[in-house]
Ligand binder design. Structure first.
Ligand SMILES: C[S@@+](CC[C@H](N)C(=O)[O-])C[C@H]1O[C@@H](n2cnc3c(N)ncnc32)[C@H](O)[C@@H]1O
Length: 228
């Protein structure tokens, strides 16, 4: 898709919900962030709690609830699940249109009885997380940094495929994601978790200390031995 087309995606308000719409002539469905959808609520209820792979990768054993920075928040699903596991989460998203969708989804989650408590644990920041990482101090410093940058060759269901295509068209390909991993490592945080497709190479070829695998994904875990 040309840069010119990328720039004419538009945000529309449909019955109180923001939707991101592709330019006319592009066969992509509008997307929005809806943490209250039945499918997502089911995922929250039946995801496996602290025994699920994501929780194990984050190190949530023995009741630990670290402050987690979701450094590539996207549509916020992973970050919201992390908050539902009991962690405080800082979400950071640099693509303004995606940030606007996410802010709208979080605002509506705060109004939903079932989701409000989880949503209240989340703080959303806009901008490049590499800059945020260099400015965090004291209590704001996360113990865990979670990264899920875009990966170009994902095979998903038709719906997610549409979502990923819109996301990629608007946010680009995250070709600088190794720099994000390096910036995260420089903070000296306890643990970095990087989500990758199951068969992809580790980000930037950096070998993780260990990995937690699922059918479709792999969470590469980098430990800071001085802190963990
Ligand atoms: C694959 S999506 C993340 C999906 C997300 N985990 C979810 O559950 O919806 C990657 C997102 O990271 C964002 N991103 C990539 N690098 C970033 C950076 N350095 N700072 C902030 N956001 C970044 C992109 O704009 C994109 O929206």
């Amino acid at each position: 898709m040309s840069d010119k087309l990328k720039n004419i995606f538009s945000l529309i308000n449909r019955s109180g919900r923001l939707e991101l719409q592709a330019p006319q002539g592009i066969l992509l469905q509008p997307i929005s962030v809806d943490f209250a959808s039945p499918a997502f609520k089911y995922r929250l209820r039946r995801g496996g709690g602290r025994s699920q792979p994501l929780a194990r990768a984050l190190g949530l054993k023995h009741g630990a609830s670290p402050l987690v920075l979701d450094a590539a928040a996207g549509l916020g699903r992973d970050g919201f699940i992390i908050a539902a596991l009991g962690c405080r989460v800082i979400m950071c998203e640099r693509a303004p249109l995606i940030h606007a969708l996410l802010a709208d989804g979080l605002r509506r989650a705060l109004e939903d009885d079932e989701l409000a408590r989880t949503a209240s644990r989340i703080r959303l920041c806009e901008g490049d997380c590499r800059i945020l990482l260099s400015s965090l101090i004291g209590d704001e410093m996360p113990q865990v940094i979670y990264l899920d940058p875009m990966f170009p060759h994902r095979r998903k269901s038709a719906l997610v495929k549409n979502e990923m295509r819109v996301l990629q068209a608007v946010a680009g390909e995250d070709s600088d994601s190794t720099e994000l991993l390096d910036a995260a490592a420089q903070t000296g945080c306890r643990r970095i978790v990087c989500k990758r497709p199951a068969r992809a190479a580790p980000l930037g070829g950096r070998r993780p200390d260990f990995a937690v695998k699922t059918l479709r994904h792999r969470f590469d875990v980098y430990l800071n031995s001085k802190r963990d």
